[in-house]
Design a protein around this ligand. Structure first.
Ligand code: NAP
Length: 325
């Protein structure tokens, strides 16, 4: 009953669907003592927002958040990146020193996954207890498990948007609009922290969802991490043609079909590496199922079982719209 009441409250507050089987389990149980200070900011306007890691995602967030009237303070590893971020309008100020973020309302950690935990640990001496920290990492269970003990006001997050490019030069306005943005709060996450993060990201015109970190990792293994590995394998397989003339002709004839299917395998290598390292079990599970599916496809074609192949392709044609338009 208690969880239902809070669940209703959260639903009312955020108007977001919850996904996954254990809906009550990820509803925070207690309101933070920070309720008053954050409640004043829940109109989502004019906050001081920090972004650490000014690359594709951090830079794109900065561009959109500044357009929405927030003051964006950026921190990145390289001075050159900071200068480009300011020149491109992705940050009002940007430096390599985390001390810049001392007085921020919320901070988005947008570094590669391997640096999220150390970045939060390095931030702690600089920020006040009221600062809300969120991340954009493509894997959630490991991140949430490692950061929750470090920072109470932490909300795991993952915008489901990207391009094949990386770095501040690739940052673009409107990258998140129309795409899912999933938050992965735990029972311990203060309601105020979730509400504040939502008030910042909802104006980006995203489709907001909540789920548990492990549910997130299993789901994105299917629709994001497996496709990267499959697409990378496709490029590798095409390159393995031993006949140089055939390979050259394939390269000349490659067009829209290959462009679509090779896009994620031809993207930022660090991203794919981190997906596999931090979501290893789920990536392996999905890859093994994929291998079995591929084996069945090979068998069907080898047997010239065109009826089965046609049925399979009819099913996949119809099923694709259950994932994307
Ligand atoms: P990216 O374009 O390579 O940007 C990451 C930036 O982080 C780099 O430009 C680098 O800046 C900076 N950085 C690296 N180590 C740092 C450190 N220790 N301290 C401060 N800054 C550091 O990568 P991205 O695609 O934006 O990915 C960033 C995060 O978003 C990852 O966690 C990823 O899982 C997540 N994500 C990515 C996508 C996608 O499709 N790309 C989608 C959703 C979520 P310098 O130039 O200063 O070295």
């Amino acid at each position: 009953m208690f969880q239902n009441v809070l669940g209703f409250h959260l639903q009312f507050l955020t108007n977001i669907p919850k996904i996954g089987g254990r809906l009550g389990a990820n509803v925070p149980r207690s309101r933070s003592k920070l309720a008053w200070s954050t409640a004043r900011k829940l109109d989502g306007q004019g906050m001081k927002i920090g972004i650490v890691g000014l690359g594709l995602i951090g830079g794109s967030l900065g561009l959109d958040l500044r357009s929405l009237g927030h003051r964006v303070l950026g921190v990145s590893r390289q001075e050159r990146t900071c200068d480009i971020a300011v020149a491109r309008g992705a940050a009002d100020e940007a430096v390599t020193d985390l001390a810049l973020l001392a007085d921020t309302d919320a901070i988005f950690i947008c570094t590669p996954l391997a640096y999220v935990q150390t970045t939060v640990a390095q931030l702690i001496p600089h920020i006040s207890l009221t600062t809300i920290v969120t991340d954009v990492g493509s894997v959630k269970a490991a991140i949430v498990r490692d950061i929750t003990p470090l920072w109470r006001n932490f909300v795991g997050g993952h915008p489901m948007a990207g391009t094949a490019e990386s770095g501040i030069e690739a940052a673009q306005h409107g990258l998140f609009a129309g795409n899912p943005y999933v938050l992965t709060p735990t029972e311990a996450t203060p309601l105020d922290a979730i509400a504040l993060v939502e008030s910042i990201i909802r104006p980006l015109q995203v489709r907001l969802y909540h789920c548990q970190p492990d549910e997130h990792d299993r789901a994105v293994a299917w629709i994001s991490h497996l496709p990267v590995m499959v697409s990378a394998s496709l490029i590798t397989a095409c390159l393995s043609d031993a006949d140089p003339a055939s390979l050259k002709l394939a390269q000349l004839l490659a067009s829209s079909g290959f462009r679509d299917t090779s896009r994620v395998g031809g993207g930022n290598p660090e991203l794919g590496l981190m997906m596999a390292r931090y979501n290893r079990e789920e990536v392996l599970r999905s890859l093994r199922v994929y291998r079995e599916t591929l084996d069945r496809m090979i068998h069907t074609i080898d047997q010239q079982d065109w009826t089965t192949l046609e049925e399979t392709l009819q099913q996949t044609q119809a099923a694709r719209t259950r994932f994307v338009d």
